[in-house]
Design a protein around this ligand. Structure first.
Ligand SMILES: NC(=O)c1ccc[n+]([C@@H]2O[C@H](COP(=O)([O-])OP(=O)(O)OC[C@H]3O[C@@H](n4cnc5c(N)ncnc54)[C@H](OP(=O)(O)O)[C@@H]3O)[C@@H](O)[C@H]2O)c1
Length: 328
C-alpha cells in the first residue's frame, strides 16, 4: 500500500550541514520559526530581507541581517522563505550567488510552475512542513516533530538528499517523520487541495447548503448550526478515523442519508470542474494569475473578502459567535 519512504531521526545524519552557514531569506511565518529552530540547533544563521518591519524584527531577535543577495552570498544553504508569489523576484536577486550551494524552498509551487528556473551548478531541494510556522516552532520545542515532505529537485553535488534530510532533522521534523516525494506531488496536491476542498470547495459547499435551507424558509440560526457549525466535530472524526471511521461514528440517519446523498451532490459535473482546476494548476495558468494578483496588491482578493463579510451566512456567523460567546 505504501508508496513513499518515511525517514525518522535515527535514519538521518547532520553531517552535510556541519560548519555550514544557513541563510533565511524572508522573516515571516516560516522564516522566523525556521531561523529559531536552526539557531537552537547550533547552526550559524544569516537573515536576508528588504528594509522594513520584518527585517527589524529579525535584528531585534538577535540575527545578523542583510539584503537578500548579501545573505545568499554569505551562506552555503539558502532557504527561500518569502511568499510563493515573490519567489521569482527574490530569486532574480540571489541567483548569481548560488553556485556550488543548496537552494531550499518550503513549498514546490514556484519550481513546479517554472517561476524559478534554477541553473545547473547548485543543488535544489524542497523541505515542506505540513503546518504553519508556529507549529514548526512549538513542535521543535516540545521535541514532538511534525510531518513534512522533502524532495530533491536538482542534485549536482551528489549529496542533495542527505542535505534535505539533514535540514528536516535540524528543523525537528524527523522526530515525527518526513516523506520523500516529488516537487510536483507536493505542489499540485497542496494547491489543488486548497482550491478544490479545504478553502474553495468547502466554503462554497457550506454557503450553498446554508442558502438552500434559508431560501426554503428555515431559520438562519438553525441553518447555520446544521451546516457550518457542525463541521468542527466532523473534521475531527475524518482526521482521527478516516471516511469509513467517520461513518461508523455518526447517527444511523447521518450514515444512511450521507452515503445516499453525497454522490448526488458531488457528481460527475463536479469532478469535471475539478479536472479543470487541476489543468490550470498543471499548466501554470493559476500561478500566472496569482502573480498578477500579487503585483496588483491583491486588489481582487481584498474586494472579494469585503464582499464575503457582507454575505448573509457570515453576518449570521458573527452574530452567533457573539451571542453564544464563541472564541474568535
Ligand atoms: N505559511 C505557512 O504556514 C507555510 C507552510 C508551509 C510552507 N510554506 C511556504 O513557505 C514559504 C514562505 O511562506 P510564508 O507564509 O512564511 O511567507 P510570509 O510569512 O508571507 O513571508 C513574509 C516574508 O517575505 C517577505 N516578502 C513578502 N513579499 C515580498 C516581496 N514581494 N519581495 C520581497 N520580500 C517579500 C516579507 O518581507 P516584508 O515584511 O518586508 O514584506 C517577509 O520577510 C512559501 O514558499 C510557502 O509556500 C508556508
Amino acid at each position: 500500500m505504501s508508496e513513499l519512504n518515511v525517514y525518522r531521526t535515527e535514519d538521518v545524519s547532520l553531517e552535510t550541514l556541519t560548519g555550514k552557514t544557513i541563510a533565511i531569506l524572508g522573516y515571516g511565518i516560516q522564516g522566523s520559526a525556521q531561523a529559531a529552530n536552526f539557531r537552537d540547533g547550533g547552526f550559524k544563521i544569516v537573515v536576508g530581507g528588504r528594509p522594513g518591519p520584518s527585517l527589524e524584527r529579525a535584528k531585534s531577535d538577535g540575527f545578523q541581517t542583510f539584503s537578500y543577495s548579501e545573505a545568499a552570498k554569505r551562506a552555503h544553504v539558502v532557504c527561500l522563505l518569502v511568499p510563493d508569489a515573490a519567489h521569482g523576484a527574490v530569486f532574480d536577486q540571489i541567483k548569481s550567488e548560488l553556485s556550488g550551494k543548496t537552494l531550499v524552498v518550503a513549498g514546490g509551487l514556484s519550481l513546479f510552475s517554472g517561476t524559478i528556473d534554477p541553473a545547473k551548478d547548485y543543488d535544489v531541494v524542497m523541505v515542506a512542513p505540513s503546518g504553519p510556522g508556529r507549529l514548526v516552532r512549538s513542535s521543535f520545542l516540545s521535541l514532538q516533530g511534525m510531518v513534512a515532505a522533502f524532495a530533491v529537485h536538482k542534485d549536482v553535488s551528489g549529496k542533495a538528499k542527505q542535505t534535505a534530510l539533514a535540514l528536516c532533522r535540524a528543523l525537528g521534523f524527523t522526530q515525527m517523520g518526513v516523506l520523500e516525494c516529488r516537487v510536483k506531488d507536493e505542489a499540485a496536491c497542496d494547491v489543488f487541495g486548497e482550491q478544490a476542498l479545504l478553502c474553495g470547495g468547502m466554503a462554497e459547499l457550506v454557503k450553498a447548503s446554508y442558502q438552500t435551507l434559508v431560501d426554503r424558509g428555515y431559520s438562519k440560526e438553525m441553518a447555520y448550526l446544521g451546516t457550518l457549525y457542525e463541521l468542527r466535530g466532523l473534521v475531527d472524526l475524518y482526521y482521527h478515523y478516516g471516511i469509513d471511521g467517520m461513518y461508523e461514528r455518526v447517527s444511523e440517519a447521518a450514515r444512511f442519508g450521507g452515503m445516499k446523498s453525497g454522490p448526488r451532490i458531488i457528481d460527475d459535473h463536479v469532478r469535471q470542474n475539478m479536472e479543470k482546476v487541476l489543468d490550470d494548476i498543471e499548466s501554470g495558468a493559476f500561478m500566472k494569475q496569482f502573480e498578477e494578483e500579487s503585483q496588483s496588491g491583491f486588489a481582487w482578493t481584498k474586494k472579494s473578502i469585503e464582499e464575503q463579510k457582507n454575505a448573509d451566512i457570515n453576518r449570521m456567523g458573527a452574530d452567533i459567535r457573539k451571542r453564544f460567546k464563541f472564541l474568535p
